[in-house]
Design a binder for this molecule. Structure first.
Ligand code: SF4
Length: 357
């Protein structure tokens, strides 16, 4: 009798949370499962927070076994949690490869905003930003971005997270596919079902990706502006050499012409760099073409740079000038400064209460 050989083909499992509903439907068809199972699986993953296929009891036992052989449902591992005096909480998560990322949960009355990271580090090298100074390791996957929400909710069952802001570590548009994929999971009816106006993506100003975002997403846009002249902005944000202010403003006018809501401009105020009245005058001139609001963010001094926090009276004078010219302008409420969960200390964008109102 001829010997019987058993060949075992090992295949790496697919992280199911990286798949859109359509992609999951395709995968299921290949496995001989009905495509409608994709909706049921999404419901288990994003509404019932299942972490094991065995929990998916409206799917047959046979198919649950097939799913477990083909897919994984990873969860982020909590590495560290710090709480600030104002109930802000900073979470550090350990990823599968040992890299760590941070998310911040910010109280807004009885609701909460979650600030998520999109990259491990950041390659854009803004000179005021701790993340930028530390450099770039890698992009996050869709699963690792939405997984921050899942992990924070698992840690705080029932906590009402009403808004998601992409303002943590990394430049979301430098990881555009995963950012757009995560927004789809967050806003789709079958996913977390957040309204688009409760999801905000903040960018340093990557123009081609802003144009793609205009075409593919209805979520809110925030732009980290920080300077009104190309030389100052390039010194603060080297990406400005590639996409100078003129190109950025043209893309933002297109955003507005697609009848989108107000753009939020974040303006980190740094003593002696961009905090004078002349800057306020130029800001009012530059932004007069479309509806917007401005968040002034007094720089949070940190150990990575010599930049200084502006004087309180300069911040107030800047704000008063803008308000006197009917510009919606808030001075940002600092959240979690003592746990380094504030702007420039984590992702370097903003964790601004006013962004999400
Ligand atoms: S401010 Fe944003 S884009 Fe600039 S280095 Fe920091 S994380 Fe990157």
């Amino acid at each position: 009798m001829a010997p019987v050989h058993t060949y075992i083909i090992t295949m790496e499992k697919i992280d199911i949370k990286n798949l859109s509903l359509k992609e999951l439907g395709r995968e299921l068809r290949e496995l001989g499962m009905p495509a409608y199972n994709a909706r049921q699986i999404f419901e288990w993953l994003y509404k019932k927070h299942a972490t094991d296929f065995e929990q998916m009891t409206n799917i047959s036992k046979q198919f649950r076994t097939v799913l477990a052989e083909r897919f994984s449902i990873p969860v982020l591992t909590m590495h560290k949690k710090q709480a600030g005096r104002d109930r802000t909480e900073k979470y550090q998560f350990m990823l599968g490869d040992g890299a760590t990322i941070e998310s911040v949960l910010i109280p807004m009355g009885k609701w909460y905003t979650l600030c998520v990271s999109t990259q491990v580090g950041c390659a854009l090298g803004c000179t005021f930003c701790l993340t930028g100074i530390k450099g770039f390791k890698r992009n996050l996957t869709v699963s690792e971005i939405t997984g921050q929400l899942a992990a924070v909710q698992a840690e705080n069952p029932g906590v009402p997270v009403s808004h998601i802001v992409f303002m943590g570590m990394g430049e979301p548009f430098a990881n555009e596919d995963a950012t757009l994929g995560a927004i789809e999971i967050l806003t789709s009816e079958e996913g977390y079902h957040y309204s688009n106006h409760r999801v905000t993506v903040s960018t340093a100003g990557l123009v081609p990706q802003i144009r793609r975002f205009i075409a593919e997403s209805k979520a809110n846009l925030a732009v980290s502006l920080n300077a009104l002249y190309d030389d100052t902005r390039t010194a603060l944000m080297p990406i400005n050499a590639t996409y100078p202010l003129g190109e950025l403003m043209a893309a933002l006018k297109d955003y507005h012409s697609h009848r989108r809501g107000r753009i939020t401009f974040e303006y980190v105020m740094i003593k002696g760099v961009n905090d004078g009245i002349a800057h306020a005058i130029q800001l009012a001139k530059m932004l007069k073409h479309f509806p917007f609001k401005v968040n002034l963010i007094p720089f949070n001094e940190h150990r990575g740079t010599d930049y200084e926090r502006p004087d309180e009276e300069d911040v107030r004078a800047f704000q008063t000038y803008l308000q006197n010219h009917t510009i919606a302008c808030m001075v940002r409420t600092t959240h979690g400064e003592e746990i380094e969960a504030a702007c420039g200390q984590l992702g370097g964008m903003t964790i601004a209460k006013e962004d999400v109102q």
